[in-house]
Design a protein around this ligand. Structure first.
Ligand SMILES: Cc1ncc(C[n+]2csc(CCOP(=O)(O)OP(=O)(O)O)c2C)c(N)n1
Length: 332
């Protein structure tokens, strides 16, 4: 991996990056367990994508830049300042869930104060929203950067191509991230596109295109930092593809054993970014086994507290069912 000092990172930065990756993982694992216990209807996770998500979002300025994430972006929204409690309130569809007060599906993150814009369930539509917002920011003379992300399967959607085209014409400050885990539910990459890199498409729209291994967290950060700096200088958008493993099924409603072999699923575990990043930090003398264990203990406690508090929080009131749905209130 790249030399972290040359990238302007400190040991504290690296530890915080690791902690956020682990927090995303432990929250995600908890959501799957709660689903299997029958306490939540649906979970869709980030497991395997955490290194890519933290590497990229570390290059953004929380509180200033805007993210239009997709459902796997738990790491990104934590980096932007969403708390574990907020994540779990949303997960249980509670009244105080910041994303929608219990109206949206889980993992459709939204938090206006923290610069997080909700996605529609229709994949890739957020890429056009990012372009529209970036165009407005450009007209206003702001130096905000807009992050938006999708999976490689969603790169087949027309919206994505329209978004790239518009961003190219107007040199918009957008980072288009494609988290390439090779699968769109059960459809493999080869059935989605005739080239093996989504980033190749950048050339057709006049954008910079890069593919980077999501296991190499610092390399991901380096490339993202360059993209963010380019965007802030007014030099346009980047299509940044990160290669990641999907360590779970597509969602809790999916059974990957129907389309993947046991060997294929086992092999993916070799590409778990958490183990790789922990090993790198140890090798660099940044962290010890004791510190890693302490971070894990603290993160597990944080997840326990968030889960307990969110479970006890009030559900939305039935009389609020039609709020924001009809202009004229409906009598129930
Ligand atoms: C336009 C549209 N078509 C189909 C779906 C159903 N759907 C939800 S997620 C998904 C797969 C997306 O795969 P990919 O973009 O590769 O992302 P991944 O989940 O693998 O990270 C599909 C087909 C949808 N939500 N929207």
């Amino acid at each position: 991996m790249a030399d972290y000092r040359q990238l302007g990172l400190t040991e504290e930065d690296l530890k915080e990056m690791y902690r956020l990756m682990l927090l995303a993982r432990r929250l995600d694992e908890r959501q799957w367990v709660l689903n299997r216990m029958g306490q939540a209807p649906f979970a869709i996770g980030c497991q395997g994508h955490e290194g890519a998500q933290i590497g990229i979002s570390w290059a953004l300025k929380p509180g200033h830049d805007i993210v239009l994430p997709y459902y796997r972006d738990l790491g990104v929204v934590l980096r932007m300042g969403m708390t574990p409690l907020e994540v779990m309130l949303d997960f249980f569809a509670k009244a105080d869930g910041p994303s929608s007060g219990g109206r949206q599906m889980p993992s459709h993150y939204s938090h206006p104060q923290k610069g997080i814009v909700t996605q529609s369930s229709t994949v890739a539509t957020q890429t056009l929203h990012a372009v529209g917002m970036a165009y407005a920011a450009q007209q206003l003379g702001e130096d905000r950067v807009f992050y938006t992300s999708i999976g490689e399967g969603s790169a087949s959607q027309g919206e994505f191509h329209e978004a790239l085209n518009w961003a190219g014409i107007y040199k918009l400050p957008v980072i288009f991230v494609v988290q390439n885990n090779q699968w769109a539910i059960s459809v493999p990459l080869q059935k989605q596109m005739a080239v093996d890199r989504v980033s190749l498409r950048a050339a057709g729209y006049g954008l910079t295109g890069v593919t980077v291994d999501g296991l190499q967290v610092l390399e991901v950060y380096r490339v993202a930092k360059e993209a963010v700096e380019r965007a802030r200088r007014g030099e346009g958008a980047t299509l940044l593809e990160v290669m990641v493993p999907r360590l779970t099924g597509h969602s809790t409603d999916d059974d990957p054993r129907t389309y993947m072999t046991q060997e294929e699923m086992e092999a993916l575990k070799e590409r778990d970014p958490l183990g790789h990043f922990a090993a790198f930090l140890k090798e660099q003398g940044v962290i010890s086994d004791e510190e890693l264990a302490a971070i894990d203990r603290e993160v597990r406690q944080e997840v326990d507290r968030a889960t307990d508090e969110a479970q006890k929080a009030p559900d939305p009131k039935p009389e609020d069912l039609y709020t924001h749905v009809y202009a004229t209130p409906i009598e129930l």
